[in-house]
Design a protein around this ligand. Structure first.
Ligand code: DX5
Ligand code: ZN
Length: 248
């Protein structure tokens, strides 16, 4: 082990080799928003068989976003259907009131919107106090720089690449710049939060998204919109892995 390390001419050379050889960290998180809710467990299991390692759960309250979805009881039922971690994306006002209910229901990752939270630091601390991963989400119009002073506290940052509220919308290209900026801020601050993207992730956008630095890819319509969720997940992971391998 040591001989191998000392065989490199410099620390930089070692880091560059490590960077090239480290395992792929890309994860695909199917969003159940586009699933057939009458066959939810079956559809989720198909997506997991295809290689999904995380399940994205969109929670909407009809106030922060103009749509309503699900609450803790559905998360609790779904918990019995699959062992994969649940990435719960709260698009709700007053998220502090509901965090413990989602943890009790089985959430493993919980993210809150910067725009929906007055005391972002306090809410992130509250999530972390429950021993689940804490994430912050930003809408397309919110600059990544607004997160600069809070990045040290988060496990992941979720960049919305559509306006939250609905599935199957068109990817907003400016999100790619935001991913790159975030990756830059992460290395400047020597942090290791993960970068997630949500909205319009599909076979025609995934290569650019991965090359811009996203590591956790949420996909709703591209997984559950049409065809077989298992095959759709496989194709998306294949495209993402190829893009990752081509990154320079
Ligand atoms: C939108 C949700 C997304 C949505 C993404 O508010 O946060 O998770 O399911 O859907 P697609 O992948 O169809 O754009
Ligand atoms: Zn989402």
């Amino acid at each position: 082990m040591f001989c191998r390390v000392f065989a490199f001419r410099s620390v930089l050379e070692f880091q560059q080799r490590f960077e090239r050889e480290k395992p792929l960290l890309i994860e695909l998180a199917p969003s159940i928003l586009s699933a057939d809710f009458g066959r939810l467990a079956e559809q989720v299991q198909a997506a997991v068989e295809g290689g999904a390692t995380l399940l994205h759960v969109d929670v909407m309250d009809g106030h922060f976003v103009p749509n309503l979805t699900i609450g803790p009881p559905v998360v609790k039922s779904l918990r019995k259907a699959t062992p994969v971690p649940f990435d719960v994306h709260l698009m709700i006002e007053n998220p502090d009131q509901y965090i413990s209910a989602f943890v009790d229901a089985g959430a493993d990752w919980i993210s809150i919107h910067q725009e929906a939270t007055v005391h972002l630091h306090r809410t992130l601390e509250l999530i972390k106090s429950h021993d689940v991963l804490a994430g912050v989400v930003i809408n397309p119009a919110t600059p990544v720089e607004t997160l600069s002073d809070i990045l040290y506290l988060v496990d992941y940052v979720l960049v919305m690449s559509v306006n939250p509220g609905f599935g199957a919308q068109k990817f907003i290209p400016h999100s790619l710049d935001k991913l790159q900026k975030l990756a830059g801020m992460r290395s400047e601050q020597r942090l290791n939060f993960r970068i997630e993207i949500d909205g319009g992730v599909a076979l025609d956008t995934i290569t650019k998204i991965v090359r811009a630095g996203a590591e956790v890819l949420v996909a709703g319509n591209a997984v559950f919109g049409k065809g077989d969720p298992k095959a759709n997940v496989q194709s998306l992971i294949k495209a993402a892995s190829e893009a990752r391998l081509q990154r320079v």
